[in-house]
Design a binder for this molecule. Structure first.
Ligand code: DI6
Ligand code: FE
Length: 407
């Protein structure tokens, strides 16, 4: 067999079928950008390769995927953090024109270049943790020009960094102040102007379906507009209250439903039936000190794919560490470390509709692979504030440097 790259002497957590699928003393063969062969060294027939990575017993996993972020934004919300510590709620801050609106003002005032420059170190922090693909949402513009500017900032990031970026249009994140009281008129703008404008620029359309944001009926309208333009849909639902957004989204074939703290038991089977991934965002509920937890036991019982993501955003989850989100998924939500790793690999790929392409280590998948200085895969969910990632292969090449220089 002839291949371009051989990775040997690794323990491989293939994540095929959602479990570790461990292969000891494993070998991965890569041709071009694609995984060609995976298995134990003992089964490898004669091979010639141009380059070899000696794993030295390290763990190999699929490159990690952060499937839900709002990592492009202007300004910061540290002042609000202080307010919240004094007891002011997220909803109260939003009602006073803070929250998402303060980020909208700062994002409108910034250039695409400034937005990309501000986001770069945050994305690099994810890359240092073995992330090879992340999703980024718009939603801090809420007007055509600024939403487009956010997409331009994402394109600048994609051009500057060796990481895959999935772009999601979240025009329905909040009602912009200039539309005060005219919800339906703004939904018209989203459906009739924004979505047609964004069609070729984004991969999916998201809606914040919530008591303080958009109703179920408005969410449906926006999804119908997205689907008329052949765009995939996904939802933020049941974060602060039960509005039935997740069931609606599942019924419309959504890729994912995120948050779900208030998801009712009866709606779990709808997610399962539709194959809609549940995206768990433990850092947001930690940050907001939410008592409610998504119904993880039921999701597990029904076989709903559970993804785990950072929700990286300046307000409810100022966290740019996917390993931290994995740890919190275990500690706060009761996932096993194996489920947490599946949540940032195979199930995160599903949440992005990319499961045929990325998220596992198996022949035919893209060669996005992370190597870790750990003795067992459970270690990946164990640490807070420390990344044991030591090498990343993306699209079949060794990613130049992890942004942190190793001596
Ligand atoms: N849910 C969230 O957790 C973020 N957006 C959303 O719809 C919060 C965004 C922010 O507070 O800036
Ligand atoms: Fe979010």
């Amino acid at each position: 067999m002839k291949a371009d790259l051989l990775i040997r002497d690794v323990a491989i957590a293939t994540m095929v079928e959602g479990g570790y699928g461990l292969i000891d003393d494993g070998v991965i063969l890569v041709s071009g950008e694609t995984i060609e062969w995976v298995g134990p060294a003992s089964e490898l027939a004669g091979t010639t390769t141009d380059s070899v990575i000696e794993g030295q017993g390290r763990l190999a996993t699929p490159g990690l995927i952060d499937c839900h972020t709002h990592i492009v934004f202007g300004g910061n919300r540290a002042g609000e953090f202080e307010q919240r510590l004094l007891g002011v709620s997220y909803a109260e801050i939003a009602a006073q024109g803070g929250g998402i609106f303060s980020t909208v003002r700062a994002t409108r005032a910034a250039t695409a270049r400034e937005l990309a420059d501000a986001a770069r170190p945050r994305v690099q922090n994810l890359m240092r943790e073995g992330v090879t693909t992340l999703e980024i949402k718009t939603g801090y513009g809420l007007d055509v020009a600024t939403e487009l500017k956010m997409i331009e900032a994402m394109a600048l990031l994609a051009g500057a960094l060796d990481v895959g970026i999935a772009k999601t249009f979240l025009g329905a994140h909040a009602l912009p102040p200039e539309y005060g009281g005219r919800q339906e008129a703004y939904v018209d703008l989203v459906c009739d102007t924004m979505i047609p404008t964004m069609t070729d620029l984004v991969d999916a359309v998201d809606v914040f379906c919530e008591s303080i944001a958009f109703t179920q009926a408005q969410t449906r309208r926006i999804f119908e507009a997205a689907q008329r333009h052949y765009l995939a849909v996904k939802v933020h639902a049941e974060q602060l209250s039960d509005t039935g957004g997740a069931a609606l989204a599942a019924g419309m074939g959504a890729l994912s439903a995120a948050h779900l703290e208030h998801l009712k038991a009866g709606d779990v089977s709808r997610l399962a039936k539709a194959g809609t991934a549940a995206v768990l965002l433990p850092v947001a509920l930690y940050y907001l000190r939410e008592e409610r937890r998504p119904p993880v036991d039921l999701l597990r019982e029904h076989g709903v794919p559970m993804a785990v993501a950072t929700d990286a955003n300046p307000g409810t989850s100022p966290c740019f560490s996917l390993l931290t989100a994995m740890n919190m998924a275990c500690v706060l939500l009761g996932l096993t470390p194996e489920e947490a790793l599946a949540g940032v690999t195979i199930h995160a790929a599903r949440a992005l509709g990319r499961h045929r392409d990325i998220g596992t280590i198996e022949p035919g998948k893209r060669a996005d692979i992370a190597l870790w200085d750990v003795a067992s895969p459970a270690e990946l969910s164990t640490y807070v504030g420390y990344s044991p990632c030591s090498l990343v292969v993306r699209r079949g090449h060794v990613r130049e440097v992890l942004p942190v220089a190793t001596p």
